[in-house]
Design a protein around this ligand. Structure first.
Ligand SMILES: [Zn+2]
Length: 169
């Protein structure tokens, strides 16, 4: 890693490459990065500095949790499944949609400068509120056609695909 990417505020235990893109976005949102900021140069060290500042402010655990919930919100939003409660909690964390969009765009750009270590690519989606699909049962009853030819059906519970399978699509 080039020396220019070592930011002064970096807590010793957290390196930028250990942050998934959405975690970097959460950190940028919480940092002093001006919302109107425009990238400078091919590798903007100021942005890396704001990521580490955001991590220092919120702490590693909070960054990951907010990122998981952001991912969960995105997952529901893409399917038009957010509830007022889930939306409300999301807006409490990210009052400015514009700043969040900018933070996400900046964060994905930084991945080109500072790659993500494999161990950090395991961000799970978390639904912050009752699951709109299964109402927190964690499972769904399905009538699943197993075989078209024989017409054999199997009914049963399967893990809720909204709140139980976690990972990014
Ligand atoms: Zn569910």
């Amino acid at each position: 890693m080039p020396a220019t990417l070592v930011a002064p505020h970096l807590p010793p235990t957290v390196l930028v490459e250990e942050l998934e893109a959405m975690e970097r976005a959460v950190a940028l949102y919480a940092s002093d990065m001006p919302t109107r900021y425009r990238l400078r140069g091919p590798e903007d060290t100021a942005v890396i500095g704001w990521i580490t500042q955001g991590v220092a402010r919120l702490g590693r655990e909070e960054i990951r949790q907010r990122a998981s919930r952001l991912l969960g919100h995105r997952k529901l939003w893409l399917r038009d499944m957010t509830t007022p409660e889930i939306d409300r909690r999301h807006k409490e964390r990210f009052p400015s949609k514009r700043r969040l969009n900018i933070a996400e765009s900046m964060a994905s750009t930084t991945v080109m400068w500072v790659g993500i270590v494999p161990a950090a690519r395991n961000l799970l989606a978390e639904i912050d509120g009752p699951c709109p699909r299964c109402d927190d049962a964690g499972k769904l009853w399905v009538n699943q056609v197993i075989d078209d030819a024989s017409g054999w059906y199997e009914e049963g519970y399967v893990p809720c695909w909204v709140c139980q399978n976690g990972g990014a699509e």
